[in-house]
Design a protein around this ligand. Structure first.
Ligand code: DGJ
Length: 723
């Protein structure tokens, strides 16, 4: 970056992929004047800042204090400040001013300082050229001689236009993550925060704001996401003076960030995107960004996502070579490409892992279950042509373990206070170098001595207390987890990692900068999964979303679904199987093999195409989505009937994302499900390879009549351009 001189119009602009940002630097602190659809590069920006100047209103301070990239308290701004802290009770009222800025391709760095409060702040902004995704982080430095305590520092504080009045956020619980919630903003604050120490099932660190009634294909929307796997705080605020802002950052504990002289605190990255084409446009930007820019794929590019068989719901802790080798045989026979041995393979002197009450921290092979180690199974899996993956939960320590007996102080704790367990386990204090080294050595040895291509990195409890010998360490523990993964990835660059935390409790861009897959949910009930995956896919692309065909009945809900519905549901993601193949009959195995073949046939489309949701004008109980090839030459759509249809004949479905100028051959990509009323000539023809041919304009605008479906069933449509 180079030190830049002030542009003649006083406005800095960033442009990329149909998005423009205008930042005014005529005031004390830079202001985000505009974040929206692209403005012509030739447009004169003269006078923009002046035109945006607000009048002073009655009964206010006499100089207007508008929203900036760093709103500050105490000098006339009355909303949520971007920085809150103090130095022994002083210096909480700041007047941090722009000192200089640097600009290079798509990047801006603002350097600000307050010579009285003795603080410096750096704000870094990047607008990604390919996707238009904005990322920002903020660094605060203590320039004083006494420590400065930070209570809050927004990674990004972004002013939004008044018309962004509606909010979509994602919330849930274990086994029911990513549920969509819509609210309208009113005066004041809409706050979502997480204090659970991991990203949490309860609240996804992302928020979408948009114009009234925004939908899948229409409306202006701004999406924001904090890429952080610890605590978070998000606020959307409407002020009485008409200002609107959104802030995202780490939720800090009191006393957690105390800066010594010259010490800095840097926030996680916050990501944002704008779309004037509704949620589908926003999702496309985020998906492309994660797939092409964020995830660090071994070898530099995403390889086809291998179909997984995971052993958890097949055998739980009952590990036995013969049984697992037989399971691997079936896995290979149905077309799986990666076999993952889940929890239960390890232990120590004190005990082996026969249930969830012991052994975390003792990362030795359990020789009671594996007398010859894991090699016989790994060799068998490799001989079958599959990759081998292994489950680990490195951040944990069981009270009933050799490790805890030797090092009780290696658990997060407050001296002389209770140590609440969660899933019978405590959390290893990774801020302690010795504890960090112990687990690093264990993982490194494991990977050095075995042919392991993939780690399912689990994390099964909320953190309480998040303290290292009484000192709050939410931030430091999360950074230590990142450091551990980073070190492991540097030492074993070909190994892929799945970020699992009791399902989707660690699904965020901080994790995805290090991992290659998210375990979306412990719930494999297809009916529930439809909603879970739909919410997750707002910010996370299908190529990283672990989606498995589960057993019937589902182990977390008791819900029963036919195999075809479970299969269509699992197909839209990084597909896998989470059931005991040894219990299935030949017909079921054949059906699974067929679905896996269909998935593989369309995998590059599913994982590299543009994901679209069908409009929300589908009647209640129906849900549809699809993936359209980037060149619009091909598409795959699934329409799921979740609840009983309210009408005898379900209305036609408009297939969005297609080219209006092309015609498509439409056919069912899997047999139509039981109960489907498919008795018209067109629907009958769609069951044949020749299908029917319709123009994209008709399919998108007039729609396609599909069969009325039984609840808990779905149809899969394949479209191929014929011109
Ligand atoms: C929770 C995960 O989400 C499951 O898939 C499984 O790996 C268990 N932990 C194992 O303990």
């Amino acid at each position: 970056m180079v030190n830049s001189s002030l542009p003649s119009d006083g406005i800095l602009r960033l442009d990329a992929a149909g998005t423009t940002l205008l930042i005014g630097i005529g005031g004390v602190v830079p202001s985000l004047l505009y974040w929206g659809r692209a403005l012509p590069l030739t447009a004169s920006l003269d006078g923009v800042e002046r035109a945006a100047q607000r009048p002073v209103y009655h009964n206010s301070v006499d100089e207007d204090v508008p929203l900036t990239l760093l709103p500050q308290q105490g000098l006339g701004f009355f909303g949520q400040p971007a920085l809150e802290g103090s130095r022994d009770g002083l210096d909480s009222i700041t007047d941090i001013e722009l000192v200089e800025f640097q600009q290079s391709d798509g990047r801006l760095l603002f350097k600000l300082a307050d010579e009285i409060a003795l603080l410096s702040v750096d704000i870094e902004l990047i607008l990604d050229a390919q996707t238009g995704v904005l990322s920002q982080r903020t660094t605060v430095r203590n320039d004083g001689k006494a420590p400065y305590d930070i209570a809050w520092c927004a990674a990004g504080a972004w002013a939004l236009p008044w018309r962004a009045r509606e909010v979509l956020s994602l919330e849930g619980r274990w086994s029911r993550e990513f549920q969509e919630r819509r609210v309208s903003l009113s005066l004041g604050r809409y706050v979502r925060e997480n204090r659970k120490g991991r990203t949490s099932h309860d609240t996804f660190p992302g928020i979408i704001l948009g114009t009234k009634g925004f939908g899948e294909t229409g409306g202006e929307v701004w999406g924001c996401h904090l890429g952080w796997s610890g605590n978070h705080h998000m606020v959307a605020e409407t002020l009485s003076d008409g200002g609107c802002q959104v802030q995202l950052g780490e939720q800090l504990s009191p006393g957690e960030v105390r800066l010594s002289p010259d010490e800095t605190y840097t926030t996680p990255w916050v990501y944002g995107a704008y779309s004037d084409a509704g949620l589908n446009g926003l999702t496309d930007r985020f998906h492309t960004y994660v797939r092409d820019r964020l995830v660090d794929w071994p070898g530099g590019a995403m390889k086809p996502r291998p179909v997984i068989v995971n052993t958890w719901e097949a055998v739980y802790f009952s590990h036995d070579l013969d049984r697992l080798a037989a399971l691997a045989d079936k896995a290979a026979a149905v077309g799986a490409e990666r076999f993952v041995l889940d929890d239960g393979w390890f232990g120590g002197e004190l005990s082996g892992r026969d249930d969830d009450t012991t052994s975390l921290g003792d990362w030795q092979i359990d020789h009671r279950k594996w007398p010859n180690g894991l090699h016989p199974l790994i060799d068998h899996v490799r001989d079958l042509g599959m990759e081998f993956g292994l489950w680990v939960e490195p951040e944990m320590i069981s009270p009933h373990s050799d490790l805890y007996q030797a090092h009780p102080d290696w658990a997060l704790h407050v001296p002389d206070r209770r140590r609440p367990t969660g899933r019978n386990q405590l959390v290893l204090d990774l801020t302690l170098p010795a504890a960090f080294d112990h687990v690093w050595q264990a993982l490194d040895n494991l990977l050095k001595s075995h042919d392991i291509a993939y780690l399912k990195w689990d994390m099964n409890r909320d953190l309480a207390p998040i303290a290292s010998a009484g000192v709050p360490v939410q931030s430091a523990q999360t950074s230590a987890v990142y450091a551990l993964i980073d070190r492991l990835r540097a030492a074993h660059p070909s190994v892929e990692i799945e970020s699992c935390a009791s399902g989707g409790s660690r699904a965020d861009y901080g994790a995805l900068a290090r991992a290659h897959r998210i375990w979306t949910s412990d719930c494999n009930d297809a009916h529930e999964r439809q909603r879970i995956q739909r919410g997750a896919a707002r910010f996370l692309p299908l190529c990283v979303l672990g989606c498995h065909i589960g057993p019937d009945p589902a182990h977390t809900t008791g819900g029963r679904d036919r195999l075809d519905f479970r299969a269509v549901t699992a197909l839209f993601g990084h597909m896998g199987l989470e059931l005991n193949l040894l219990e299935l009959d030949d017909d079921e195995l054949e059906e699974i093999a067929h679905v896996i073949a269909v998935h593989k046939q369309h995998r590059s489309l599913l994982h590299a195409g543009q994901y679209v949701r069908l409009e929300d004008d589908l009647e209640p109980g129906r849900m549809g989505h699809g993936v359209v090839a980037q060149d619009r030459g091909e598409a795959l759509y699934a329409l799921a009937q979740l609840d009983s249809p309210p009408m005898t004949i379900s209305p036609p479905v408009r297939l969005v994302g297609l080219s209006s100028d092309r015609s498509y051959r439409v056919r069912f990509a899997l047999p139509i499900p039981m109960g489907a009323q498919a008795n018209t000539p067109a629907l009958k023809a769609m069951a044949n390879p020749d299908g029917i041919v319709l123009s994209g304009a008709v399919l998108t605008n007039v729609g396609l009549q599909l069969p009325t479906l039984w609840p808990r069933s779905a149809v899969l449509l394949h479209l191929q351009a014929v011109d």
